[in-house]
Design a protein around this ligand. Structure first.
Ligand SMILES: Cc1ncc(COP(=O)(O)O)c(C=O)c1O
Length: 437
């Protein structure tokens, strides 16, 4: 029992951390008490391999209804006709959802074309280095990446089209983790279909914003859409694959027996709760405010002369390139965390550093918006972030290994004692208390 006490003590500590810090990692969010109730429910006791009403286990009369309800709610949330679209709510998370799409329609060795990871793409789109097949996807399929225009740091659709004509992929993927602008789904769909490729749009990040109408929808143009359910959608950890009706059987078969065993029915129930919430006026308000809040952050940083990638944002995230300030994402992210502001260090377009000590900082507005914060609070927070960037400018992480080790341990001590960070932390905690989770 003592050991269990230790675990629950840690959960309490994490609860306090989430309450008293500013959660600004764009892929994180607070979910609803009802979602937590569903995920923690007795549904986790049940095995249900297969699809609703086509199971390999007995005793599924009720969980069949749970899963079907979730599928129906998924289609409704994105205003899709069940005659044309199908939703599979079983993927355990975003990476397996993407793998399941490839596994459904591609053969070993087929070609995938996706966004370059350091420019904002995602690992699960087949990331590989020139001399190392990093992901399983890159070992199974041939992958080529498209990059952003190095000057505008935006997608260059003409260049993508030229590349696709030459490369002739069988699958084109859009979406990623750090691209702050809307994607022209129509144009990418045209390019993919022109070269005979399937088009998969991964909207892991934007799902909630799209459901609410705060960002454009890819559904009119794509063959497949994948999304995680735990980011802007505000559900539990999980994922959904949407596909045109003609691929329904292939997707179901790809999930089980292709990749997974029993579905996590407790998570599926939580997803069903979150999907229903997307239809409420409160959710729409949250989604539109999330975008307004991110825009406010970007505007503040631009006015202060920071290098905001793509000069702004259309959605929930802002990406800063810190090279102009002669510092990097590692240095600033740790300093911000010491002040209670939790963001990501991130690679940026035209990256010259490593992913562990990258040049950029990625931050998002969804979780702050859930707490009820608006433009006024964004200005305040952006001001604190700016002050910290200023103070931690002209600091470089040494590239030589031993020097770096000494630098890192000294740096942790330095931020612990920094009066500016401690003072800002007090203001952060006070702001958090004003906007309780
Ligand atoms: C674009 C994109 N696709 C897929 C994923 C993978 O999701 P998961 O971490 O649930 O596997 C992520 C997660 O950050 C993502 O941003």
């Amino acid at each position: 029992m003592k050991k269990q006490d230790e675990l629950f003590r840690l959960i309490k500590l994490e609860e306090k951390r989430q309450r008293d810090t500013l959660m600004m990692i764009p892929s994180e969010n607070y979910t609803y008490p009802e979602v937590r109730a569903a995920v923690g429910s007795i549904l986790m006791h049940k095995y249900a391999e297969g699809q609703p009403r086509r199971r390999y286990y007995q005793g599924n009369e009720i969980v069949d209804q749970v899963e079907s309800l979730c599928e129906d709610r998924a289609l409704e949330a994105f205003q899709l006709s069940p005659d044309k679209w199908s939703a599979n709510v079983q993927p355990h998370s975003g990476c397996p959802a993407n793998l399941a799409v490839y596994n459904a329609v591609l053969e070993v060795g087929d070609k995938i074309m996706s966004m370059y990871l350091p420019d904002g793409g995602h690992l699960s789109h087949g990331w590989q280095l020139p001399d190392k097949k990093v992901t399983l996807v890159s070992k199974i399929y041939n992958v080529e990446f498209y990059k952003l225009d190095p000057v505008t740091r935006l997608l260059d659709y003409n260049a993508i089209e030229e590349q696709a004509i030459k490369y002739k992929p069988k699958m084109m993927i859009s979406g990623g983790t750090a691209y702050p602008r809307e994607i022209d789904y129509k144009r990418l769909s045209k390019i993919a279909h022109r070269v005979g490729a399937y088009y998969l749009s991964d909207i892991a990040h934007e799902a909630g914003l799209i459901a609410a109408g705060a960002c454009k929808s890819p559904f009119p143009y794509t063959d497949f859409v994948t999304m995680t359910t735990h980011k802007t959608l505000r559900g539990p950890r999980g994922a959904i694959i949407f596909c045109k009706k003609e691929f329904e059987e292939a997707i179901d078969f790809s999930i089980i027996p292709g990749l997974q065993g029993g579905p996590h029915l407790h998570s599926i129930a939580g997803i069903a709760v979150a999907l229903e919430k997307t239809k409420t006026p409160e959710f729409k308000k949250y989604a539109f405010q999330t975008v307004k809040n991110a825009k406010e952050l970007a505007k503040y940083f631009s006015e202060k002369g920071l290098d905001v990638v793509s000069d702004g944002t259309d959605k929930h995230l802002v990406l800063l390139d810190l090279r102009k300030n002669k510092t990097n994402g590692w240095v600033v992210a740790w300093a911000l965390e010491a002040a209670g502001i939790v963001v990501n260090r991130n690679t940026v377009p035209n990256e010259t550093a490593t992913p562990f000590y990258p040049s950029g900082l990625r931050m998002g507005s969804p979780a702050l918006t859930v707490r009820g914060m608006k433009e006024r609070e964004m200005k305040l927070i952006a001001g604190w972030i700016y002050e910290i960037i200023q103070k931690y400018s002209n600091i470089q992480t040494p590239s030589e290994k031993d020097a770096r080790k000494t630098f890192v341990s000294g740096f942790y001590k330095r931020i612990e004692k920094d009066k500016l960070l401690n003072d800002i932390n007090k203001k952060v905690v006070s702001l958090c208390r004003k906007f309780p989770v």
